[in-house]
Design a protein around this ligand. Structure first.
Ligand SMILES: C[S@@+](CC[C@H](N)C(=O)[O-])C[C@H]1O[C@@H](n2cnc3c(N)ncnc32)[C@H](O)[C@@H]1O
Length: 261
C-alpha cells in the first residue's frame, strides 16, 4: 500500500486513571471516530468497545518488566505508517499521555516525520488514584509542593539518578511504577532524613472496582505492601496528605459510576 495524498492525524489520547468513564469527552470523541486505535496494556478492554466497530484496534502494550511487550521503535513506526496511509489514529494511553507515558517522545517522532498530531490530555493516575482513595494530592495544610517521580529503577542501580536528599525534603512525593521497589525507596528516603513515621500509602488499581489501598508509614510501607501482595498498577505516595484519607473517607459518596449521586 502506498502513501495517501495527505497523512491522517495522530491523536495522543489519555484514557484517564482506570475507570472507563474517567476519559475526557474529547478523548472519547477521538476514540469513537478514529480509523486505527493503538492502545497500551493498562487501558481497560471495556473502553475499547467505544471505538468505531470498523476501526483497526491494535494492542501495543508494554507491561513494565514483562517479556513480549512491544518495542517503542515499533510503536513509533506504526504511528507514522498508519498516518501516511491517510488513517486517523487514536494512540490511547492510560492516565495522561505525557506523564511517564512517552507521549512527548511519540510527538517528537511525528513532528520529525511531518505527521500532524494533537495531544488530548487525561487524568494522570497520581491525581485520579489518590483522589479515589480519599487522599487529596495537594491539601493546603500538607505542604506547598508535590513531586511526581518514576520508581521504575531499583534505587541501588546506576540507572536510578534520583536526588534522594531533595525528594526527602519535599512535603509530598508520588512514585509511579514503583511496586517492586517500595521498601527500598522508603529506606532511601529515610536514610536521606525523612522521618520514619511520615505517612505513606500505596493505591493499587485506583478508580477500578478492584482498587486496594495500603496505608502505613515510611518505616512500615514495605512490609504492608508485601503482606497485601500488591501487584499493581499502583502509585506510592509519601507525605502528610495521606492523613486526610481517614478524615475524608467516612463522608465520601460513591462515585457517580458506582450508583451514587
Ligand atoms: C507507564 S506508567 C503510565 C502513567 C500514565 N501515563 C499516567 O499518567 O498515569 C504506568 C504506571 O501508572 C500508574 N498507574 C496506572 N494506572 C493506575 C491505576 N489505575 N492505579 C494506580 N496507578 C496506576 C502505575 O504507577 C503504573 O506503574
Amino acid at each position: 500500500m502506498g502513501r495517501a495524498a495527505s497523512p491522517g492525524t495522530v491523536y495522543l489520547v489519555g484514557a484517564g486513571p482506570g475507570a472507563t468513564d474517567l476519559i475526557t469527552v474529547r478523548g472519547l470523541r477521538v476514540l469513537a471516530s478514529a480509523d486505527v486505535v493503538l492502545h497500551d496494556a493498562l487501558v481497560d478492554p471495556e473502553l475499547l468497545l467505544e471505538a468505531d466497530p470498523r476501526a483497526e484496534v491494535v494492542s501495543v502494550g508494554k507491561r513494565g518488566y514483562c517479556v513480549g511487550s512491544t518495542r517503542q521503535e515499533h510503536i513509533n513506526e506504526a504511528l507514522v505508517r498508519y498516518a501516511r496511509l491517510g488513517r486517523s489514529v487514536c494512540r490511547l494511553k492510560c492516565g495522561d499521555p505525557c506523564v511517564f507515558g512517552r507521549g512527548g517522545e511519540e510527538a517528537e517522532v511525528l513532528a520529525a516525520a511531518g505527521v500532524p498530531f494533537a495531544i488530548v490530555p487525561g487524568v494522570t493516575s497520581a491525581v485520579g488514584a489518590l483522589a479515589a482513595a480519599g487522599i487529596p494530592l495537594t491539601h493546603r495544610d500538607a505542604g506547598q509542593a508535590v513531586a511526581l517521580v518514576t520508581g521504575h529503577h531499583d534505587p541501588d542501580s546506576p540507572d536510578c539518578t534520583l536526588d534522594w536528599d531533595a525528594l526527602a525534603r519535599l512535603p509530598g512525593v508520588v512514585f509511579y511504577m514503583a511496586v517492586r521497589h517500595v521498601a527500598k525507596i522508603a529506606a532511601r528516603l529515610a536514610a536521606s532524613g525523612l522521618a520514619p513515621d511520615t505517612p505513606a500509602a500505596v493505591v493499587e488499581a485506583g478508580t477500578l472496582p478492584r482498587q486496594r489501598v495500603c496505608v502505613s508509614t515510611v518505616a512500615g510501607i514495605g512490609d504492608a505492601v508485601a503482606a497485601a501482595a500488591v501487584t499493581g498498577p499502583a502509585v506510592f505516595v509519601v507525605g502528610a496528605v495521606v492523613r486526610f484519607r481517614e478524615k475524608l473517607l467516612g463522608f465520601a459518596a460513591p462515585a457517580a459510576s458506582e450508583g451514587g449521586a
